[in-house]
Every structure is written in C-alpha cells, then in structure tokens.
Design a protein around this ligand. Sequence first.
Ligand SMILES: Cc1ncc(COP(=O)(O)O)c(C=O)c1O
Length: 282
Amino acid sequence: MKWVFINDDFFEEDKAAIQISDLSLQRGYGVFDFFRTVNNKPLFIEDYLNRFYQSAKAIFITVPLEREQLKEVVFKLTEKNNLPESGIRITATGGYSPDGYMPVEGNIIIQQQPLKLPPKEKYENGMKIITHEYVRDLPAVKSINYLMGVWLQKEVKEKQADDVLYYKNNVISEFPRSNIFIVNNNGELLTPASNILAGITRKKVLELAKDVMPVTARDIGTNELMNAVEVFMTSTTKRLLPIVEIDGKKIGDGKPGKITARLYELFLKMEQKETAPAAAGA
Ligand SMILES: Cc1ncc(COP(=O)(O)O)c(C=O)c1O
C-alpha cells in the first residue's frame, strides 16, 4: 500500500482525495514538479524545489507549506513508501475558488510512484520525432496543463514517432515534457533559450558540457536543427536520449552520436555521486 500526502496529513493512496471544486479540475489551473529518487535519495531536490516555488509564485498560487516543511514531508514519504527508485510529484492547485475563477490558497499533493527509465534500445537506437508549431502558455511555468502534448499523442503514434518537438516562426523550443540540445558542425553544443521550461536535466547537462566543448543557450532555427550533427533530448525521466530522425529525415549519420554518449556518461557519474549510499546521510 502506498502513502500520499495532502495539505497536512498522509493518506492511503485509495483514500487520498481533494474536492471537485478545485481550480485544477475546473480550469486546469495548477503547477507541479517531478523528481526522481535514486537509492531512496531525492536527486537534485534543491533545484526542483526552486523551480516549484517559482512556478507557483508566477501564477499566483500560494503553496500551503514552507520549503523546509515540504522537504521534511518528502523525506517522511520516502521512508513510509520505501520505493528506492521512484518519481515524486508535488502538485499545488488553484484551490477552492469561491467564484470558480480566481485562485485562492491551493491544495498541495505529494505522490510517489515506482519509476522505470526508458529501455536500453532507446539509448542505443535513438528516437524518431515529429514537429508541431506551438508554444506553451507561460512556458517558464511547470503547469499541470498538457493539453497540446496529450492531444498530439494520436499524431505521434500514427506517424510511428516517439515524441513531438515544438517550434514557432522557424525557431525550436522544447518537447511537451523534455528539452532539446543540438551539436552543430562547428562542434558547439546549443540549446534553446526562450519559450522553454528551464529543465533541471538541461541545467546539469549545460554545467557538465562546459568542460567538454563550447556551449551556448540561444534561439535555434529549424534549418540549424535539421543540419545538426547530433540531436538529443533531456528530461528527469529520460536523462539524455539521442534523436536520429526528425519528420522522416535522418540526423547526421542516422545513429546516436558520440558527444551525446559522452555527456550521458558524465550525467550518470554525476547522478551516482549525488546518490551514493555514503552521501545519503550527508
Ligand atoms: C515542458 C517541459 N519542458 C522540459 C521538461 C524537462 O525538465 P526536467 O529536466 O526538469 O525534467 C519538462 C519536464 O517535465 C517539461 O514539462
């Protein structure tokens, strides 16, 4: 049996509930964040909590728990559930708005679920993606609203792709749930700087890559994307995944690239260092 935390107490998962008048259900208004535990230790928790509170503030949601209290709840939840390799989702909703429109103090929900990363073949063979012209509303906010991403699932499946990349006016931004990087033929690593969610995996990759090659965050045109030598995506649930085909066209030699593999190895090392059992009590 799994435990869930809502506002001020732990509940068994099948008894955990909030009322239907919440703005999250009525208007899709709320924010969340999602991080992994490795060896029972939350990975990069400070970065995720920074983003969570920033998202809430940006859309006028008051989180009913202070940061230190929230952290304590996360640690208690990991003890109670004992799911060493998991995903933890923290959601803050728009709350029980008297007029059904204006956000008030939100409900906070903290859930934990077992998590499996993509199978080895995805890392070895790479991903095929399609593109779609769109920018998320308030892209810097990790909103609970994935209307376009979920709606596009049908097209992604029909085109036998793995994911869909957003672009607007010939400038690329991100995937519904991941960021994008390219390596160009000058050996530079580039990632979009605007109309994106600042991914935590993206942040770590930018830090790691600085010691390997020139790195720049700036606007990237769709032409530049199609002519890239390597392309990869980053997210909490995927780490780094190579992309080998975009809208039916092969990228580079059509195989996962060496720089992607090198950065993936560096990311794994960083993750292991952060979550080594010896560091668990630190
Ligand atoms: C819109 C969007 N962009 C990018 C990301 C990747 O961010 P992270 O590396 O923090 O998972 C996510 C994560 O879910 C996302 O929802």
